[in-house]
Design a binder for this molecule. Structure first.
Ligand code: PMT
Length: 224
């Protein structure tokens, strides 16, 4: 039986990729399927939390009992997360947010010409949503980031905890066949701001989500 240990908690979760338009038919994005973020939202809802899910464009059904808000770009996700964060006790940023976007969006489809064998796309940096949430976090609020790394998992994750003022970061390696983007399973290491860490071995993403919530619950400020 699922424990109802999140009753009374407001949980804000993000999931999926952001899409950054180039023109009306093309965009820059990444491989996120939304599976990990949806699993976290579903697990929190099953455990009694009141959950809002802010999701990039994915092909998953919205989780039952969860307020689901669809967004497209990093800027849309930033606007939504920042407007919702004041009401949340726990914020879990699972989304794979594009770090860069095309510097402008063409209003008409870019046409290729016969004498053109290459084109250059200029990208500009997107706002860092998690970092802004870290700056705005109020006492008692618990902020969780994810780190998707291809190498130096621990060092990169620990840097992100400090830089973004997080309480916990869930670090996973991407690019393998069992974990990371699109897979049904995942494995990760949770790093906490006090320097401690816990490994979550390979299991399906729903089970990973529950272990993540178990760990988070033991760290919540009782005044929060
Ligand atoms: O969706 P799936 O296919 O199931 O795959 C799951 C996953 C691999 C996407 C997920 O487990 C994961 O690792 N999510 C984080 C992806 C990511 O963007 O990691 P990052 O290391 O680049 O960013 C660190 C953190 O900053 C993340 O919480 C990210 O959401 C946040 N960020 C990054 C850039 C930005 N402009 N704004 C942000 O908020």
């Amino acid at each position: 039986l699922t424990p109802k240990d999140f009753v009374g908690k407001q949980v804000l979760v993000s999931a999926g990729p952001t899409l950054e338009p180039i023109d009306p038919v093309r965009y820059v994005s990444n491989h996120s399927s939304g599976k990990m973020g949806y699993a976290v939202a579903r697990a929190a809802e099953m455990r009694g939390a009141s959950v809002t899910l802010v999701t990039g464009s994915v092909s998953l059904d919205p989780p039952v009992g969860v307020e689901t808000i669809c967004v497209q770009t990093c800027q849309d996700m930033a606007d939504t997360m920042l407007s919702k964060m004041a009401h949340a006790d726990i914020i879990i940023q699972v989304a794979a947010v594009a770090d860069f976007r095309p510097d402008h969006r063409e209003t008409l489809k870019i046409k290729k010409t016969s004498d053109q064998d290459r084109m250059t796309l200029t990208l500009v940096q997107n706002p860092d949503i998690l970092r802004t949430m870290g700056e705005r976090k109020r006492p008692g609020q618990f902020l969780v980031g994810f780190a998707a790394e291809t190498h130096d998992l621990a060092a990169n994750a620990v840097k992100k905890i400090k830089k973004k003022n997080l309480d916990m970061i869930a670090a996973n390696l991407v690019g393998g066949k069992d974990a990371g983007f699109q897979t049904d399973t995942n494995k990760m290491t949770l790093f906490f701001k006090d320097g401690s860490k816990t490994d979550i071995p390979l299991m399906d993403k729903q089970a990973v989500a529950h272990v993540l919530l178990d760990n988070l619950l033991t760290r919540l400020d009782p005044r929060g």
